[in-house]
Design a protein. Structure first.
Length: 93
């Protein structure tokens, strides 16, 4: 594995860990960080977040990562934790 790929993987893991901690701290999810799979839906039968949680998560993401997701982008990004990580890394690039 080359250094560029290692860097991308490390950035993705770091962002994922930060988002997991944010979800636990701000949205009071009753899970451990390891239980939050990146492919689990954030809403509905997944983590069970609702529209108020979505707004709180967007505000937290903006404060924590310094990025603003426009409404259409936020709707796509907030399907799963993994898609949110992708959107954040894309905005940072």
């Amino acid at each position: 594995m080359d250094d560029a790929l290692r860097t991308v993987i490390a950035q993705r893991e770091h962002t994922l860990d930060r988002l997991r901690e944010l979800l636990l701290a701000r949205l009071s999810l009753q899970r451990s960080p390891a239980e939050i799979d990146p492919d689990t839906p954030l809403f509905g039968l997944g983590l069970g977040l609702d529209s108020i949680d979505a707004i709180e998560l967007l505000v937290c993401v903006e404060a924590e990562f310094g990025v603003t997701l426009e409404s259409a982008q936020a709707m796509r990004a907030m399907r799963t934790l993994g898609t949110l990580v992708d959107a954040l890394l894309e905005k940072a690039a």
